[in-house]
Design a protein around this ligand. Structure first.
Ligand code: ZN
Length: 495
């Protein structure tokens, strides 16, 4: 122990050395090299001591005749770490029973999220999970998002494996970039190829636009289908509508699967998302899409329909719970019938439907949450620096009009209590109010990107300093909040 302290005090660090500590879970030995992570007041570093240490870039030195290095948490060093310590590299996890995606927009939530998965060994995490929209709004890159996950896993010594999801990708180039960066899951967003106008068309219009060829007729009209005993019956009109709405999306997904996903034999799982559309996916449509993909040999690990009702960001489910239950039952059966898992998007805070999802999927699901950890981070600001929170909240109100261009929400600003009516102690209550939650939820990009007249960041730098200081409080909040999601999902699963 004394020897280790002596080693720590010799580290060639910029600034003060008095406040250096190590993360106890990070220690790992690879061949004859010791690796671990240290914390200073400013930032974290990777330390390696032994014959492998020259592979990292950083401050190299020799301690008692052994080469060692203090390495910054850079992309280059993350790549070396992934090779030396394989559990820090992402793997394909969607084939496992239960998977849960926790997008981390800030790049700091990883260790907090991992605490939840330590408590739930039967649920596997997808730690890196960002859409192009989120990456653009936060000025990050796919590489950086993955590196944050790698370092979080290393710091916490999480050896069970994690996934990395290139989320809501719409273009072949985006899929290529995510795969080249090492992502182990591709979520193909087919929304740009899905028609939203068909529901409003008459049967005559539909028939005129979509003549049915003999192949489709014989595939769907000659016989009903049975899915776990439940009949799925197509009529001419409903078949035409399915083809019109999803035909191009199916062709697009097939193309990507063949060209870029190596027919399912590559390094990444394939998810198809048809959830970002104007109208819900009916069970009949879900069956049609799954069957057409199947006919073309497209193998998906997960598929995300758009469920009935509203899955708005950061608030509970809005809609008819009985209809949701009835449809979830058949959606889950269709997924089992074709051999994939249902994927539930915008899963943040959908507490009233989690027990139903767990029950009807029989505990085989993928659920994604994205922004709820950002809300918890902002709750920590309200708890610890009320004045700063007030500044940001006022800015968010002024930026809301711009932000809502990117997100579908029904937020009513007039229902958010005025700041001047709230004492400091009551500010955190804003995070229990749906309109205030959505306000902060969708303005994240503008808050983080806001600048001063001189071009420096208006909130971002101060925010990250605060979160670093209040890290344990943030992780406690995450553990409680994400943990509640998983507890409810599992509450109806027969273990
Ligand atoms: Zn989605």
């Amino acid at each position: 122990m004394e020897k280790f302290q002596a080693f720590l005090s010799c580290l060639p660090l910029p600034g003060r050395v008095g406040d250096v500590s190590s993360y106890p879970r990070s220690f790992v030995r690879k061949d004859d090299t010791d690796l671990f992570m240290i914390r200073t007041s400013e930032s974290d570093f990777l330390v390696a001591r032994g014959p492998e240490s020259p592979r990292f870039s950083g401050e190299h030195f020799v301690f008692e005749g052994v080469p060692a290095v203090v390495a910054p948490l850079s992309h280059e060093n993350a790549a070396v770490l992934r090779v030396l310590v394989p559990f820090t590299a992402p793997v394909r996890v969607l084939g496992r029973e239960r998977t849960f995606g926790v997008g981390d927009r800030l790049g700091i939530a990883g260790p907090g999220h991992l605490r939840v998965f330590e408590l739930h060994p039967d649920v596997s995490p997808v730690l890196a999970q960002q859409s192009v929209r989120e990456i653009t709004l936060t000025h990050r890159t796919f590489a950086e998002v993955l590196d944050s996950a790698t370092f979080a896993v290393f710091r916490e010594g999480f050896t069970r494996g994690f996934g990395a999801d290139g989320d809501h990708l719409k273009k072949p180039e985006e899929v290529k970039t995510a795969l080249e960066t090492g992502y182990t899951m591709i979520t193909l967003d087919c929304s740009e190829h899905i028609r939203n106008d068909v529901a409003d068309m008459s049967s005559a219009q539909v028939a005129a636009e979509c003549p049915l060829d003999s192949e489709l007729r014989s595939r769907y009209l000659d016989h009903p289908f049975l899915v776990e005993g439940q009949p799925i019956v197509f009529q001419e009109d409903s078949l035409r509508r399915c083809q019109l709405v999803y035909g191009k999306a199916i062709a697009f997904a097939t193309q990507i699967f063949r060209d870029l996903m190596n027919h399912g034999n590559g390094t990444a799982d394939f998810e198809i998302s048809i959830d970002e559309t104007m109208t819900p996916t009916t069970p009949l449509q879900h069956f049609f899409v799954a069957n057409e993909l199947n006919v073309r040999g497209v193998k998906v690990e997960t598929l995300a329909p758009r469920f009935c009702g509203e899955f708005q960001k950061g608030v509970d489910y809005v809609g008819d719970l009985r209809q949701f239950e009835a449809e979830m039952q058949i959606h889950a059966a269709i997924a089992r019938h074709f051999g994939y898992k249902l994927s539930i998007h915008s899963g943040s805070d959908k507490f009233s439907v989690f027990p139903l999802i767990g029950k009807y999927t029989r505990g085989r699901f993928h659920v994604k949450t994205a922004g709820t950890n950002w809300l918890e981070a902002m709750r920590v600001v309200a708890l610890t620096d009320p004045q700063f929170y007030r500044e940001i909240h006022a800015f968010a109100l002024s930026a809301f009009g711009e932000a809502r261009k990117y997100y579908h929400v029904t937020t009513r600003l007039d229902r958010i209590p005025a700041l001047e009516t709230l004492t400091d102690a009551r500010l955190p209550e804003l995070f229990d109010q749906n309109d205030a939650r959505q306000l902060i939820h969708i303005t994240y990009g503008l808050i983080l990107g806001a600048t001063q007249p001189d071009g420096s960041s208006r909130f971002r730098t101060r925010l990250y300093q605060l979160w670093r200081k209040e890290e344990s409080r943030y992780f406690d909040r995450l553990q409680r909040h994400i943990g509640r999601h998983i507890d409810l999902l599992l509450s109806t699963v027969n273990q």
